[in-house]
Structure formats: structure tokens, C-alpha cells
Design a binder for this molecule. Structure first.
Ligand SMILES: Cc1ncc(COP(=O)(O)O)c(C=O)c1O
Length: 413
């Protein structure tokens, strides 16, 4: 998408607004598929949490993707978008047995990440095939909040608990049809994948009835030109070959599964916000936009850096700006960054806004969540409307009969 396309979307749908480029999503999907073309059975399950709009899920389905889900609600969104239950894997963490049973009743592939639920589920439903999430004890991921495969992490069943796990499987006679790991997001080094994969291969040897091995996700995408990214092609070549060798050793072709979120949708997303105020202080020039961490929390939550472009004045002289939101707390999107000269009313474009932006948005400060627009074949299609005041109040119950207004003393005279 070019700047004038984006400005056109802001004009048509107002600001702030999220825009997703369908072509970029499909080119990323094809890139990953091509990288692993040497593997006979490949399965990509899009991680719904990254961007869960039903129209995006339909786009994923049209490309042949499955879904990775972490809540019953994500499962339902997938079913609503037309996915067959067998094309959905449910990988929750810390949820109740009831939620897992409910998902299982819908027919999706269950992935269990703790021994307690594994034993309970296996005893009650020994015939339901189950995948197990292994914690390989590998330190991976761009920062501690998104590193989930290390020894202190709450995720997965420790590789040191394999003997216990095997006793549960033997006792319940349950069928383990897959093993899974996900060690973190923004993994820089493919060696980490390859190292953790070896642990998964070793673990796989304990389970004779596997159908698939799921390597999770965590591919690092670039956040600006020249930024470091996971070398998918090299990973495809190395891991693909190693996987095929493992299948020979195992005795049959298994499916190699991934569950990419960011890789598929991060770069396809643009978040557009308008500059309300340019404020010069003694040390800084702030550009305050009509948004905040209610719409894009990643900079405040993870220290993520989203490139910001002034698409209203892309040729303007570069100056230093701190781009901030309108929230009643510090909500800094960028600190003293060079941006083309900003005037009040300009539209700023935040890049990499496809993954974990809308899905992490909230109504904090009682603001509306913005609309979402899909850019498809040169056309802008509204896929979620801007919220309204009715949306904010819809589920509230007003106890107006319980409390009577009382004037403050000064006013009461
Ligand atoms: C189990 C699991 N799979 C896949 C993903 C997607 O990761 P990414 O967005 O880095 O591709 C996540 C992200 O949190 C996850 O927890």
C-alpha cells in the first residue's frame, strides 16, 4: 500500500483506523509455504490471537491455513469463519478442564500443557487424540515477556517430566497424536529453533502414534528497513531436511506444523492516527495523536518500536519528535525520533500494526476502539465498524434507583 492509498482510507473511514493489506498476508503465507516445500506434509495454523477479525480468518482459510487458538472464544470465531473443527488446534494455558472439554466437544484438536489436566482429560476421554505441549527449557524470544519456553516459564510440560507423562499415558491409555512447543516470539536466531527441535525429536521417540510435530512460532519480522529478521528460507532448508530425516527414522511421514501470528500479519498492518497537538516544551517537541495505548499498547507493554511515518508530509524536512497519545498516563509511542515535519492535522502511520494491536486494544479512558479496514485488490473494505457510545454502555446495568444524587456542600447553600 502506498501513502496515498492510506490517506484515502483515513479520509473515507476517519481516524484512528487500522488497515490490513491482504496481499502482504498472502505473500507471507506463500513465503513460509515455499520455504518448507521440501517437507511432504506441512501445516500452517494461523495464531488467531495476533489478529482475530473474522474476515482475516476467512482470508487465512482461502489460502489453506488452519488455526491455532488459545480460548474457547477463538475456537468459536474460527468455526464462525467457516473452519472445519479438525483444522483448528486449541492450545490454551491454565484453563479449566471444563473449557478443554467444551472445545473437545466441538471437535478441535486438543493440545494440553500440564500433567494435571492431561491426567484428568485422559481418564475421562481416553479415545480423544491429544497433542502435548513440551517445555524444552530453551531461552528464546525478543524479551522476557514473550519468552515462554525456558525453565521458569509457566508454559508446557517440562522435558524432565517425561517419565511422569509417560506413566499418565500408560495408565489412561490415551492417544498422543502430536507434540508441540512454542518457545517465544521475535526469535532472532534460527539456531535456537534447530536446538529446540532436537529436543522435540528426542521427545517424539517416546510416542509411537504421532501424526504431527508442531514447532510453534516466534519468527522475527522486520520493524523497519534493514531490520533483523528470521531467515525463513534457511530455516526451511535446515529444519525441513532434519524433519524429513527424523521421519525416516520414525518410520513414517509426519506433518510439520507451525502456528505463525506475527509473521503472517504484522507487516500487513498500518495504524493511522491524526496529530491533534504539536507541543513544544523546553526540551522536546511532542506530537499528540488521537489515540494512545488503548489502541496500540505494544510500545508501553514490551518496549516495541513501531516505525512512524508522516504520510501527510513524507517529503518534509526531518525533525525530532516524541509521539505520544491522549491517555491520562504516559503513553509514548516514540521518543525523540526523526520524522518528516509534523503539523497539526497530519496523519501519522504506525507500521507493523497487524499483530497484537487491535486484539490488545481496550476501552481505557472510555474511548472507542477504531474500525478495521481490509485493503484487497486495490479496494478498501470495512471489516469492523468504529465503536459507538452504545457499545461502551451496552453491558452496563445502571443502578439509578439505588443512589440519589447529593450536592457537595459548597454547592448546597
Ligand atoms: C502457543 C503460541 N503459538 C503461536 C504464537 C504466535 O507467535 P508469533 O506471533 O510470534 O508468531 C504464540 C504467541 O504468543 C503462542 O503463544
Amino acid at each position: 500500500m502506498n501513502h496515498s492509498d492510506l490517506l484515502q482510507v483515513a479520509k473515507e473511514f476517519g481516524d484512528p483506523v487500522y488497515v490490513y493489506d491482504a496481499n502482504k498476508i498472502s505473500s507471507q503465507f506463500n513465503r513460509l509455504t515455499n520455504a518448507f516445500s521440501g517437507v511432504p506434509k506441512l501445516r500452517l495454523n494461523y495464531a488467531v490471537k495476533a489478529l482475530s477479525n473474522i474476515s482475516i480468518l476467512r482470508l487465512m482459510q482461502s489460502m489453506g491455513s488452519g488455526l491455532d487458538t488459545v480460548s474457547l472464544q477463538e475456537v468459536r470465531l474460527g468455526l464462525m469463519a467457516g473452519f472445519a473443527p479438525e483444522d483448528i488446534i486449541f492450545t490454551p494455558n491454565g484453563v479449566s478442564l471444563e473449557e478443554i472439554e467444551e472445545a473437545s466437544a466441538l471437535g478441535v484438536q486438543i493440545n494440553i500443557d500440564n500433567l494435571s489436566i492431561l491426567e484428568q482429560f485422559g481418564s475421562r476421554h481416553p479415545k480423544v487424540p491429544v497433542c502435548i505441549r513440551i517445555n524444552p527449557h530453551v531461552m528464546a524470544g525478543g524479551n522476557t515477556k514473550i519468552s515462554v519456553g525456558h525453565i521458569d516459564s509457566k508454559f508446557g510440560i517440562s522435558i524432565h517430566q517425561i517419565p511422569h507423562l509417560l506413566r499418565i499415558v500408560e495408565l489412561t491409555k490415551m492417544n498422543i497424536n502430536g507434540i508441540h512447543m512454542h518457545t517465544g516470539s521475535d526469535i532472532l536466531d534460527i539456531e535456537v529453533f534447530l536446538y529446540a527441535s532436537e529436543i522435540l525429536f528426542e521427545t517424539a521417540k517416546h510416542f509411537p502414534d504421532l501424526e504431527f510435530i508442531d514447532f510453534g512460532s516466534g519468527f522475527k519480522v522486520p520493524y523497519k528497513a534493514g531490520d533483523i529478521q528470521t531467515n525463513i528460507e534457511e530455516l526451511g532448508e535446515k529444519l525441513g531436511k532434519r524433519f524429513n530425516d527424523f521421519c525416516d527414522e520414525y518410520g513414517r511421514d509426519l506433518t510439520l506444523a507451525f502456528e505463525p501470528g506475527k509473521f503472517l500479519v504484522s507487516e500487513a498492518g498500518y495504524f493511522l492516527a491524526k496529530v491533534n497537538v504539536v507541543k513544544q516544551t523546553t526540551s522536546t517537541v511532542f506530537a499528540s495523536v488521537d489515540s494512545g495505548f488503548n489502541h496500540l499498547i505494544r510500545p508501553m507493554l514490551y518496549g516495541a518500536t513501531h516505525e512512524i511515518i508522516n504520510i501527510s508530509n513524507p517529503e518534509g524536512k526531518e525533525r525530532f519528535y516524541s509521539v505520544v497519545g491522549y491517555i491520562c498516563e504516559t503513553d509514548t509511542f516514540a521518543n525523540n525520533k526523526r520524522i518528516n515535519e509534523i503539523s497539526e492535522g497530519d496523519i501519522l502511520c504506525f507500521r507493523n500494526a497487524g499483530a497484537y494491536c487491535f486484539t490488545m486494544a481496550s476501552n481505557y479512558n472510555s474511548r472507542f476502539r477504531p474500525p478495521e479496514v481490509l485493503w484487497y485488490n486495490g479496494k478498501a473494505i470495512l471489516i469492523r465498524e468504529r465503536e459507538t457510545f452504545e457499545d461502551l454502555t451496552r453491558n452496563q446495568r445502571d443502578v439509578k434507583d439505588l443512589f440519589q444524587p447529593k450536592k457537595q456542600k459548597a454547592e448546597a447553600k
